[in-house]
Design a protein. Structure first.
Length: 442
């Protein structure tokens, strides 16, 4: 299979897809090291959280717009426009002299990244045979894992030796080079669209959902009423989200809706566990940050391992089976992490986090391939957008819920966080059998 995706006819496209995915992930994850320096230099600590939520929120709009555009006219134009917006955001962020300008730059990056992510999924569906999809999505998963391993250190080194500005400006040539690798494939293969014209009402709903996501974290800090406002924002986000997803997603109806729902719950469970694991080890067990960070890295390594293993099972294990195995592994790992953290058995935490990462690595790529296989060709852009919207909102809503628990019961924050991760893992286990069915009519 590896020879296939790296065959002479596909090599440039494969490298370009991986490189572009890696650079987007770098900006989404690794900039956490540079942001504290930027906030200090620009006297913008109060707007610190917005630099991250702006990226996530505008990504929803990019997802929806690029999904409809890809279905209507093929992935080439939305991909190139997304790259242009992403690059513009890098320039604005890298040259920002005030924090509000940096927030605007991050919003542009998110808008472009959202469009690129969806267009890449459609590109994969158009260029690669279906049998190669698990391998390609395994590479995309690795593109997201690598920044969590090397990105923070690289961003910290650049910020220390040069300036935080170059964390943004420095990757511009790399974005251009990665895009250039994809141009021959975009030109060589006709990629006409067959879907309907984009409905403006979907953009309106996407904007409303993005606005709700944008305020989720800031309103949590409002004295007294903050948690209540966060819950209201979460409800508003779900209501705005509903028209953007396949009918029945919130009920995990069999087929594509169950796939989207499973991905959202997986994202939420992993995001909560990942956010609270190092914190709990430092706060409860007094571990040095470097040790806690090393334990957290175990999950990233096992995620990449799971992605590689599922790609080797292509043709022998169905998407539904891999999703089921992955969800069971994640649930077991989440429970072990919670128990191990509570009783102070660090080896149990390590084993649990290894299993959690292995599970999500096994299931995630197959949720992507299932999305494409369960979608009609003219709706793959819309379905890919729904999958990535579920990713972002699943993480955002789960983290907000964990924040509400912390606000109401600070002493129970770790129990609540790992309990929520395990509960979401259990829901994915129950949903996994419903992820196998051919395309649904809408």
């Amino acid at each position: 299979m590896s020879d296939g995706v790296f065959s002479p006819a596909l090599r440039l496209t494969t490298v370009g897809v991986f490189a572009l995915g890696f650079l987007i992930a770098f900006e989404a994850l690794a900039v956490t090291t540079a942001m504290p320096l930027a906030a200090r230099d620009l006297d913008g600590t109060a707007l610190y959280a917005l630099t991250f939520s702006a990226f996530a929120a505008t990504g929803v709009i990019g997802n929806v717009a690029a999904g409809a555009w890809s279905d209507r006219g093929g992935p080439a134009r939305p991909l190139l426009v997304g790259v242009g917006l992403f690059a513009a955001g890098l320039v604005v962020s890298g040259t920002a002299l005030t924090m509000p300008v940096l927030v605007v730059g991050r919003g542009l990056q998110g808008l472009g990244a959202g469009a690129i992510g969806v267009a890449l999924y459609v590109l994969v569906a158009r260029v690669y045979p279906e049998a190669m999809h698990p391998r390609v999505f395994a590479l995309l998963a690795a593109a997201w894992v690598l920044p969590s391993l090397i990105g923070p250190f690289a961003a910290g080194a650049v910020s220390t030796w040069l300036s935080w500005h170059w964390v943004f400006l420095g990757i511009l040539p790399l974005v251009a080079a990665a895009t250039a690798l994809l141009v021959p494939s975009l030109r060589a293969r006709p990629m006409p669209g067959t879907g309907e014209r984009i409905a403006r009402v979907r953009i309106v709903w996407a904007t409303a959902a993005a606005a709700a996501l944008l305020v989720l974290r800031p309103v949590l800090d409002v004295p007294v009423v903050g948690p209540a406002l966060a819950v209201l924002a979460a409800v508003a986000a779900v209501l705005a989200l509903r028209p953007l997803l396949p009918r029945g997603t919130l009920r995990a109806v069999r087929g594509l809706p169950a796939v989207i729902a499973a991905r959202a719950m997986f994202s939420g469970g992993f995001a909560v566990a990942d956010a609270y694991l190092p914190y709990s080890l430092i706060a409860l067990r007094d571990l040095p940050p470097v040790v806690a960070g090393g334990i957290a890295t175990v999950g990233a390594v096992s995620w990449a391992t799971g992605s590689e293993l599922q790609s080797r099972l292509a043709g022998r294990a169905s998407d539904r089976r891999c999703i089921g195995i992955g969800s069971a592994s994640f649930l077991t790992g989440a429970v072990l992490v919670g128990v191990g953290t509570g009783i102070g058995w660090i080896p149990v935490v390590i084993v649990g986090w290894l299993l959690a990462g292995l599970g999500i690595g096994t299931a995630y790529p197959r949720l992507s391939t299932a999305t494409l296989s369960l979608s009609a060709p003219e709706e793959r852009g819309r379905s890919s957008a729904a999958l990535q919207i579920g990713d972002g909102f699943g993480s955002g809503l789960a983290l907000t819920l964990a924040g509400v628990v912390t606000a109401f019961a600070p002493d129970a924050q770790f129990v609540g966080a790992f309990g929520l991760a395990a509960a979401l893992g259990l829901l994915v286990v129950l949903t996994a059998p419903r992820t196998a069915e051919r395309p649904l009519s809408r």
